[in-house]
Design a protein around this ligand. Structure first.
Ligand code: SAM
Length: 214
Protein backbone atom coordinates (compact mmCIF):
# COMPACT_ATOMS: atom_id res chain seq x y z
CA UNK A 1 0.00 0.00 0.00
CA UNK A 2 1.72 3.19 -1.03
CA UNK A 3 -0.98 5.78 -1.69
CA UNK A 4 -2.51 6.89 1.57
CA UNK A 5 -3.92 10.22 0.38
CA UNK A 6 -7.42 10.02 1.95
CA UNK A 7 -5.78 8.80 5.15
CA UNK A 8 -3.18 11.60 5.05
CA UNK A 9 -5.78 14.29 4.48
CA UNK A 10 -7.85 13.04 7.39
CA UNK A 11 -4.75 12.69 9.59
CA UNK A 12 -3.85 16.31 8.72
CA UNK A 13 -7.27 17.52 9.87
CA UNK A 14 -7.19 15.31 12.98
CA UNK A 15 -3.70 16.28 14.18
CA UNK A 16 -4.00 19.95 13.15
CA UNK A 17 -7.00 20.17 15.47
CA UNK A 18 -4.84 18.95 18.37
CA UNK A 19 -1.65 20.95 17.63
CA UNK A 20 -2.30 23.74 20.18
CA UNK A 21 -3.16 21.17 22.84
CA UNK A 22 0.08 19.22 22.20
CA UNK A 23 2.10 22.34 22.89
CA UNK A 24 0.12 23.35 25.98
CA UNK A 25 0.36 19.81 27.37
CA UNK A 26 4.13 19.80 27.02
CA UNK A 27 4.49 23.29 28.52
CA UNK A 28 2.42 22.21 31.52
CA UNK A 29 3.56 18.62 32.07
CA UNK A 30 6.84 18.15 30.18
CA UNK A 31 7.75 14.90 28.46
CA UNK A 32 5.42 11.92 28.66
CA UNK A 33 6.82 8.77 30.34
CA UNK A 34 7.41 7.08 26.94
CA UNK A 35 9.27 10.17 25.70
CA UNK A 36 11.49 10.10 28.79
CA UNK A 37 12.31 6.50 27.87
CA UNK A 38 13.03 7.53 24.28
CA UNK A 39 15.40 10.23 25.53
CA UNK A 40 17.14 7.68 27.79
CA UNK A 41 17.63 5.40 24.78
CA UNK A 42 18.93 8.26 22.63
CA UNK A 43 21.33 9.24 25.40
CA UNK A 44 22.67 5.69 25.38
CA UNK A 45 23.01 5.58 21.58
CA UNK A 46 24.52 9.08 21.42
CA UNK A 47 23.29 12.10 19.47
CA UNK A 48 25.90 14.80 20.16
CA UNK A 49 26.68 16.78 16.97
CA UNK A 50 24.17 14.59 15.10
CA UNK A 51 21.86 15.60 12.30
CA UNK A 52 18.41 14.56 13.46
CA UNK A 53 15.44 13.58 11.31
CA UNK A 54 12.15 13.43 13.16
CA UNK A 55 9.24 12.00 11.18
CA UNK A 56 5.83 12.89 12.58
CA UNK A 57 7.57 15.58 14.57
CA UNK A 58 4.41 17.18 15.98
CA UNK A 59 5.06 20.50 17.72
CA UNK A 60 8.79 19.79 17.77
CA UNK A 61 9.64 19.60 21.46
CA UNK A 62 11.56 16.33 21.23
CA UNK A 63 14.10 17.26 18.54
CA UNK A 64 14.30 20.84 19.83
CA UNK A 65 15.34 19.47 23.21
CA UNK A 66 17.94 17.25 21.51
CA UNK A 67 19.29 20.40 19.80
CA UNK A 68 19.52 22.20 23.14
CA UNK A 69 21.41 19.19 24.50
CA UNK A 70 24.07 18.97 21.82
CA UNK A 71 22.64 17.74 18.51
CA UNK A 72 23.77 19.77 15.51
CA UNK A 73 20.64 20.26 13.38
CA UNK A 74 17.18 18.83 12.93
CA UNK A 75 14.63 18.30 10.20
CA UNK A 76 11.03 17.86 11.33
CA UNK A 77 8.48 16.37 8.95
CA UNK A 78 4.78 16.26 9.68
CA UNK A 79 1.73 15.93 7.51
CA UNK A 80 -0.34 18.15 9.83
CA UNK A 81 0.04 21.79 8.77
CA UNK A 82 -0.72 23.22 12.22
CA UNK A 83 1.82 20.92 13.88
CA UNK A 84 4.46 22.34 11.52
CA UNK A 85 3.35 25.94 12.26
CA UNK A 86 3.57 25.36 16.02
CA UNK A 87 6.98 23.68 15.66
CA UNK A 88 8.36 26.58 13.59
CA UNK A 89 7.03 29.14 16.04
CA UNK A 90 8.49 27.25 18.97
CA UNK A 91 11.88 26.85 17.28
CA UNK A 92 11.97 30.64 16.76
CA UNK A 93 11.12 31.27 20.41
CA UNK A 94 13.83 28.86 21.57
CA UNK A 95 16.46 30.44 19.30
CA UNK A 96 16.73 27.31 17.17
CA UNK A 97 15.43 28.65 13.85
CA UNK A 98 18.82 28.46 12.10
CA UNK A 99 19.33 24.81 13.10
CA UNK A 100 15.88 23.52 12.19
CA UNK A 101 14.16 22.74 8.90
CA UNK A 102 10.47 21.94 8.73
CA UNK A 103 8.70 20.12 5.94
CA UNK A 104 4.95 19.76 5.77
CA UNK A 105 3.92 16.54 4.05
CA UNK A 106 3.45 12.81 4.19
CA UNK A 107 6.97 11.40 4.57
CA UNK A 108 6.10 8.53 2.22
CA UNK A 109 5.33 10.96 -0.57
CA UNK A 110 8.44 13.12 -0.18
CA UNK A 111 11.18 10.62 0.75
CA UNK A 112 13.28 11.48 -2.29
CA UNK A 113 13.55 15.10 -1.09
CA UNK A 114 14.61 14.15 2.43
CA UNK A 115 18.31 14.26 3.34
CA UNK A 116 20.03 11.42 5.19
CA UNK A 117 20.32 11.82 8.96
CA UNK A 118 22.60 10.46 11.68
CA UNK A 119 19.64 9.90 13.99
CA UNK A 120 16.05 9.20 12.92
CA UNK A 121 13.18 9.42 15.41
CA UNK A 122 9.60 8.21 14.99
CA UNK A 123 7.74 8.94 18.21
CA UNK A 124 4.21 7.48 18.06
CA UNK A 125 4.03 7.72 14.28
CA UNK A 126 4.17 4.14 12.97
CA UNK A 127 0.75 3.62 14.59
CA UNK A 128 -0.70 6.50 12.55
CA UNK A 129 0.19 4.93 9.24
CA UNK A 130 -1.37 1.91 7.50
CA UNK A 131 1.80 0.89 5.61
CA UNK A 132 4.25 0.21 8.47
CA UNK A 133 6.48 -1.84 6.15
CA UNK A 134 6.93 1.11 3.75
CA UNK A 135 7.31 3.71 6.49
CA UNK A 136 9.91 1.75 8.46
CA UNK A 137 11.94 0.72 5.39
CA UNK A 138 11.94 4.17 3.79
CA UNK A 139 12.90 5.85 7.06
CA UNK A 140 15.67 3.27 7.63
CA UNK A 141 16.99 4.15 4.16
CA UNK A 142 17.49 7.72 5.38
CA UNK A 143 19.31 6.69 8.59
CA UNK A 144 23.09 6.54 8.93
CA UNK A 145 23.51 5.51 12.57
CA UNK A 146 20.68 5.63 15.14
CA UNK A 147 17.04 4.62 14.65
CA UNK A 148 14.69 5.37 17.56
CA UNK A 149 10.99 4.71 17.73
CA UNK A 150 8.00 4.40 20.02
CA UNK A 151 4.97 2.43 18.89
CA UNK A 152 2.06 0.59 20.51
CA UNK A 153 2.47 -2.76 22.23
CA UNK A 154 0.45 -5.58 20.70
CA UNK A 155 -1.86 -6.12 23.70
CA UNK A 156 -5.60 -6.83 23.72
CA UNK A 157 -6.48 -3.60 25.58
CA UNK A 158 -4.43 -1.50 23.13
CA UNK A 159 -6.18 -3.19 20.18
CA UNK A 160 -9.52 -2.65 21.90
CA UNK A 161 -8.96 1.10 22.37
CA UNK A 162 -7.79 1.45 18.76
CA UNK A 163 -10.88 -0.44 17.61
CA UNK A 164 -13.10 1.93 19.59
CA UNK A 165 -11.24 4.94 18.17
CA UNK A 166 -11.75 3.60 14.64
CA UNK A 167 -15.47 3.33 15.35
CA UNK A 168 -15.61 6.97 16.54
CA UNK A 169 -13.62 8.08 13.47
CA UNK A 170 -16.04 6.27 11.21
CA UNK A 171 -19.01 8.02 12.84
CA UNK A 172 -17.19 11.33 12.37
CA UNK A 173 -16.68 10.38 8.69
CA UNK A 174 -12.91 10.59 9.06
CA UNK A 175 -10.59 8.23 7.15
CA UNK A 176 -7.93 8.54 9.85
CA UNK A 177 -7.22 5.27 11.69
CA UNK A 178 -4.56 4.17 14.16
CA UNK A 179 -2.91 0.76 13.95
CA UNK A 180 -1.21 -1.83 16.15
CA UNK A 181 1.52 -3.17 13.86
CA UNK A 182 3.32 -6.40 14.78
CA UNK A 183 6.37 -5.50 16.96
CA UNK A 184 8.16 -8.72 15.97
CA UNK A 185 7.94 -7.79 12.30
CA UNK A 186 9.10 -4.23 12.96
CA UNK A 187 12.09 -5.52 14.94
CA UNK A 188 12.97 -7.93 12.14
CA UNK A 189 12.83 -5.21 9.46
CA UNK A 190 15.17 -3.00 11.51
CA UNK A 191 17.62 -5.82 12.34
CA UNK A 192 17.65 -6.98 8.70
CA UNK A 193 18.71 -3.44 7.75
CA UNK A 194 21.87 -3.93 9.85
CA UNK A 195 20.87 -2.22 13.11
CA UNK A 196 21.43 -3.64 16.62
CA UNK A 197 19.00 -2.91 19.45
CA UNK A 198 20.75 -1.02 22.26
CA UNK A 199 17.72 0.05 24.31
CA UNK A 200 14.20 -1.16 24.97
CA UNK A 201 11.60 -0.06 27.50
CA UNK A 202 7.85 0.11 27.72
CA UNK A 203 4.88 1.31 29.70
CA UNK A 204 1.37 -0.10 29.61
CA UNK A 205 0.73 1.09 26.06
CA UNK A 206 3.97 2.11 24.37
CA UNK A 207 7.08 0.18 23.38
CA UNK A 208 10.26 2.23 22.94
CA UNK A 209 13.30 0.89 21.08
CA UNK A 210 16.58 2.43 20.00
CA UNK A 211 18.85 0.77 17.44
CA UNK A 212 22.39 1.55 16.33
CA UNK A 213 24.14 0.60 13.10
CA UNK A 214 27.67 -0.55 14.00
C1 SAM B 1 0.57 10.82 17.69
S1 SAM B 1 1.28 12.21 16.90
C2 SAM B 1 2.87 12.29 17.69
C3 SAM B 1 3.54 13.63 17.50
C4 SAM B 1 4.89 13.73 18.19
N1 SAM B 1 5.81 12.73 17.72
C5 SAM B 1 4.72 13.64 19.69
O1 SAM B 1 4.86 12.53 20.24
O2 SAM B 1 4.41 14.66 20.30
C6 SAM B 1 1.71 11.58 15.29
C7 SAM B 1 2.19 12.66 14.35
O3 SAM B 1 2.71 12.03 13.19
C8 SAM B 1 2.25 12.71 12.04
N2 SAM B 1 2.30 11.73 10.93
C9 SAM B 1 1.64 10.55 10.86
N3 SAM B 1 1.96 9.89 9.73
C10 SAM B 1 2.85 10.69 9.07
C11 SAM B 1 3.55 10.57 7.85
N4 SAM B 1 3.38 9.52 7.06
N5 SAM B 1 4.37 11.57 7.47
C12 SAM B 1 4.54 12.67 8.26
N6 SAM B 1 3.90 12.84 9.44
C13 SAM B 1 3.06 11.86 9.85
C14 SAM B 1 0.88 13.23 12.42
O4 SAM B 1 0.47 14.33 11.65
C15 SAM B 1 1.08 13.59 13.89
O5 SAM B 1 1.48 14.92 14.07
Amino acid sequence: MSCCCPHSNSANRFFSFFAGRYRRRFEKKGFEPSQKQLLQGLEKAGYKDARILEIGSGVGHLHQTLLEQGAESATGIDLASKMICEAQKWADERGLADRTTYIEGDFMEITEAVMDADVTVLDKVVCCYPDADGLVHKSLDRTNRVYALTYPRNRWYVRMVMGMTAWVMKIMRSDFRSYVHDPELIERWISDAGFNKVYQNNNLVWLTQVYVKP
